[in-house]
Design a protein around this ligand. Structure first.
Ligand code: NAD
Length: 468
């Protein structure tokens, strides 16, 4: 792993592409072996990974690193190993009567070299699940992790280097400039995970090469709480989703939409739930994660200050530590949509609560904003639930819970509109990083030849039959 120049990155790409064309696509056995070796490399360096995450964040819950970072990663690799054979099988397709006795099928071909750009918030799984997907799909890959997690990126580099030759998988490091040069390379596909603003730049750079992109972006994911659902349960599940990784999760519930009659009950239950989740406090706690750096700590503190200055009710649920950039959970009531906290993705442990009078108002609120990455709905009524699901669009949904759609190996994961383009995870990931090549084999007898010269009466009969 090294900091590289654009010319060096180009050379790596050229070598990978040449090696891909030379060796041909790997078979199922080779792909499974590669995935098993990747998994073994991760497990072998498990302790180093957790230590590196702690170094990068300053304070990161070890348990969370295991549960939210490593388990989903290893589980998704296991799932790919188990299902790869099935996804790789050519798929027989329909042949219309006029083209009998031909045969049609689809083959999923690896595209070649995939460029992967990863963010800092889950720097291991968001780099290595895309990499595993590229490998499962039979591709070679270049990976650029985030510059904000140097210790973790170094461990990722070591894992990759120990397993794969550079013409198969390469890790390159650097910041935005390297990212810009990286996304300008003529990859066969780019899988980018990060912010919407940078995602647009990546799409622009990729378009110049006609490189297809999968963009896994962010946004403000709402929680809609219908009246009647157990407030204790809602609060516990929203607090879990909001405080995991201290809210630095792309699918974290961003804000809550609560029926006006339930606001106070929800606020009380949320505070109880937060206390129960973190009885040991925040700064110095082994179970709570710091905000990545001072910049984001200041940004989040600014959002809280702005809400306070504009008359919102701010409830701080613990002591912060500016020195170690640990921000205790915050609940904000009496929130108006114009507040700064409602203008950007929060990405921290702050929960603004807005109220609605009827579900249509909540639906209209969501639809007046960019399409979210996730939508959470809590409620017992199937009719109301279906109304919300039918009348809103989001990347994914979890009903009566938070975050859990993300760890379902057999569900596509991705955004829509401002929250992303395309999807990966499981089968959809394999599909995204392979080309669907349609093949038609003409039979010895081919009904369609009756439509070819020399034309005769039979051709007229068949033409009239088709054009009925
Ligand atoms: P970011 O967009 O700032 O950076 C992501 C990556 O892009 C980094 O590796 C960075 O070096 C690189 N980069 C920066 N400038 C670039 C450029 N001009 N061209 C190409 N690459 C460039 O995002 P971040 O701050 O690391 O992560 C937080 C954001 O990512 C949040 O918005 C969050 O919601 C989103 N996110 C989305 C998902 C998802 O799966 N949808 C997952 C995690 C995070």
């Amino acid at each position: 792993m090294s900091d590289v120049t654009p010319a060096e990155m180009h050379r790596i790409l050229d070598r990978q592409r040449a090696a891909f064309l030379n060796a041909g696509p790997p078979d199922r056995k080779q792909r499974r072996t590669n995935l098993r070796r990747l998994k073994a490399g991760i497990l072998k360096r498990r302790t180093e990974i957790v230590r590196a995450l702690k170094t990068d964040f300053g304070q990161r819950s070890e348990r969370e690193s295991a549960i939210v970072e490593l388990i989903p990663l290893v589980q998704s690799i296991n799932y790919m190993i188990a299902h790869l054979g099935c996804w790789m099988k050519p798929q027989r397709r329909h042949v219309s009567a006029y083209f009998q006795c031909g045969r049609a099928w689809v083959v999923r071909q690896p595209v070649g070299v995939v460029g992967i750009i990863a963010p800092w918030n889950y720097p291991v799984s968001l780099a290595l699940v895309p990499l595993a997907t590229a490998i499962a799909a039979g591709n070679r890959a270049m990976l650029k992790p985030s510059e904000f997690t140097p210790a973790t990126s170094a461990v990722i580099g070591q894992i990759v280097q120990a397993i794969f030759p550079p013409e198969q998988v390469s890790v390159v490091t650097g910041g935005g400039e390297v990212g810009a040069a990286f996304s300008a390379l003529p990859f066969d596909h780019i899988l980018f995970t990060g912010s919407t603003a940078v995602g647009k730049k990546v799409a622009e750079a990729a378009a110049r090469n006609l490189t297809p992109v999968t963009l896994e972006l962010g946004g403000k994911s709402p929680v809609v709480i219908a009246p009647g659902f157990s407030m204790q349960q809602v609060a516990e599940r929203v607090a879990f989703g909001k405080l995991t990784n201290a809210g630095q999760t792309c699918v974290a519930p961003d804000y809550a939409l609560v029926h006006e009659g339930d606001r106070d009950a929800f606020a009380a239950a949320y505070q109880d739930a937060v206390k129960k989740l973190h009885p040991g406090g925040y700064a110095g706690s082994p179970d709570y994660t710091a905000i990545l750096n001072t910049h984001h700590y200041e940004r989040l503190s600014g959002l809280v200050r702005d809400a306070e200055e504009h008359g919102a009710q701010v409830i701080r649920m613990g002591s912060d530590s500016a020195a170690s950039h640990v921000l205790a959970p915050v609940l904000i009531l009496d929130v108006r949509p114009e507040l700064a906290v409602m203008q950007e993705e929060i990405f921290g442990p702050i929960l603004p609560v807005l109220t609605y009078r009827n579900l249509d108002e909540a639906i209209a609120f969501i639809n007046a904003r960019p399409r979210p990455l996730a939508l959470y709905y809590f409620g017992d009524s199937r009719v109301e639930r279906d109304r919300v699901l039918k009348n809103t669009i989001s990347g994914n949904v979890t009903i009566n819970g938070t975050l859990m759609h993300y760890v379902q190996d057999d569900l596509p994961f991705g955004g829509v509109g401002d929250s992303g383009i395309g999807a990966y995870h499981g089968k959809e990931g394999f599909m995204a990083l392979t080309h669907a090549r349609g093949v038609y084999r003409q039979g010895r007898f081919n009904a369609a030849t009756l439509l070819q010269p020399p034309f005769g009466k039979l051709t007229d009969v068949i033409t009239n039959l088709i054009l009925r």
